[in-house]
Each structure stands twice: as structure tokens, then as C-alpha cells.
Design a protein around this ligand. Sequence first.
Ligand SMILES: Cc1ncc(COP(=O)(O)O)c(C=O)c1O
Length: 365
Amino acid sequence: MNPKPNIVNLPVYKPGKPIEEVKKELGLDDVIKLASNENPYGASPSAKAAIIADLDNLFLYPDGSAAELTAALAGHLGVQSENIIFGCGSDEIIALICRAFFLPGDETIMADQTFSVYKSNADIEGAVSIEVPLADGTHDLNGMLARITDKTKVIWICNPNNPTGTIVAHEALVTFLNAVPSGVMVVLDEAYFEYVTDPDYSDGIKLLEQYPNLVVLRTFSKIYGLAALRIGYGVASPQIINLINKVREPFNTSRLAQAGALAALADQDYVAECRRLNSEGIVQLQTEFRRLGLHAFPANGNFIMVDVRKPALEVFDALLRLGIIVRAGHRLYPTYIRVTVGSAEQNKAFITALEQTLSEQEVRA
Ligand SMILES: Cc1ncc(COP(=O)(O)O)c(C=O)c1O
């Protein structure tokens, strides 16, 4: 068997540990997962009702173009249906962009560190990833501009950035977009857009008209609480959307995902409430980190990256044994863990476990 040479050394993506696996492995009854930036409050009740109402239609293929959902989202965002493509999560839109645009040897620029799916999909297509170190946990936009060559096809800006949670402010983003050659695509990943409350943050959709080389990614997996359904989307010029659509599978989003997303989109009160609770959770966690003397990056999504000043993988294991799943193993941040902002109660349980873990490790050291 002869696979493409560029995939031979690719690692398989390691997701956050599932709750059921941890319960079984460690014999725990209660496990709190704060590892995958899911919404701790779940989906809107109206989204659940819409999914249940569609269960009698499981035998039918979905509408491959997701026309009803696309029209509703276009109205919500103030764009045309032709500007939107849906994917099996925004993960799939990333993969489709790489599939549609990269030839082996093309270059693509991204931050180091950022969401790993950009690089893994670029690798699959044989493109060369140019990783530009973050400055203070934030995208170094000038550093990224300096790496543009005539081979550059796509630049990825994760805003807020996963895993650090930092944002690129509106003005800096506009200055950057003005400097990027019009033939280079900029993908602005706004998976956590709805959580951001900083007035300096920009709304990528509003930049689309001025920058035809821009693609904005968003998802129903985060604030909408529909991660299990796998539905996200890209917004861009009709020309770009048309090109991406050429490499999309015919039925890439399910009926239930479309039904759930349509109802979730209509329930903006629920979104606003989740945003409010998340902001409270950020304050709660940041207050505790300050009390414990731990540095954390400014959090703008529904997660915080905090320096536990110990090997993060050890702290991860110790927290796991106490029934709390977080994320560790960030190559450039070996003493940082990334924790999803949970409910007030979950955050409290996490802080108690963290304090216990850090003091136990101190005793041992
Ligand atoms: C920055 C970023 N982009 C995209 C995604 C993918 O989200 P999904 O495929 O669930 O829409 C994630 C998921 O964690 C993310 O953190």
C-alpha cells in the first residue's frame, strides 16, 4: 500500500478525552469535561425540540444545499445566500479550502501556536506551513506579512486564537488586510465570535465587501451548543464559495444538524444568556488565578490558557484523577493548561481540584 508521502508522518488528531472513557478508566462517577470548549449549558431547548420533530424524517437525505438554513443565516448576518457554505463543522470548511486551493509546494501562513487543523489539512494537500510565533500569545501580524512570498496561497488568522484566547483588534486587522496582496486568501476563523465582548474586536462579516480575498469561518459547535451535530459555515464572496462548493460532498450536513441549527439561530436570547454566563465565568476563573498567583492570557472565547508553573501534562493527569478533564500538551506552552469556562459550579470544582493538585505537587517537590 502506497499512501501519499506527505501523510505518512502525520499524527492522528487527539481530541479532548471523552467523559465516558475517563469514568471507565478511573472508576469515577462524576467527571467534568473542560477540554473541548463546549457550551456547559447545552443547546437551546428550541433546537432540541426541532431535532425531535425531525426524527420521523431520518430515512430522507438532507437538502444538500441547506437552502432554508442558508437563507435564515444570510438574513441573520446581512449577507446573501450565495455568500455562505455549510460544512460538517467548520473543520470541514478548513479541509475544503485546502482541498480546493492547495497544490503541493504552495505555502500557507499561520500562527505558532494556533488551531492545529489548518496545518494538518495543509499537510494532507502537500502545502508547506509557515508558522509565525505568537507575540505575547497574540498573532504577530507584521511577522506574518513578512513571510508572504509568491507561493503564499492562504493565511489563517484565528480570532480569538485557540489555544491562547487572545484577539486581534479591529484596527490591526484592517491594517493587515490592507497589506495582504489581493491574490492571497485570508481565512479569519471566528469559531468563538459570539462569546467576544471586547469593543476592539472586529466582526469579520462586515469586512467581506471591502476584502474579496477574505473568508470568515463560524460554527454552531460553540455558543450554540450543537457540537455533536457537526455543523459550521464559511462566509465569503460568491466566487470563493462557488469554488469551495465544487469539492464539497453532496450531503455533508445532516437533516438533524440543519434543523437544530435553524432553531438555535432563531433563539438569540439563549445565545445572549450563554455569553453573559461565560463572561461571568471568565471573571470567576481569572479572579481565582490571580489569587493563586497564576498567569493567564486575556480570555475572549469560552476558554482560558493558564500557566500552572509545573509540567502541564502532570497537572493534567492529576486533575484527571480528580475527575476534571482539561487540555495540556501545547508544544510552545509546556506549563500551561487550557481550560474551558464551565458553569459557576464546574469552575469552582476545577479550582478546588487545581489548588489541591498544585499543593500536592509542592509537597512532593
Ligand atoms: C478555532 C477553532 N476553529 C474551528 C473549530 C472547529 O469547530 P467545528 O468543526 O466544531 O465547527 C474549533 C473547534 O474547537 C476551533 O477551536
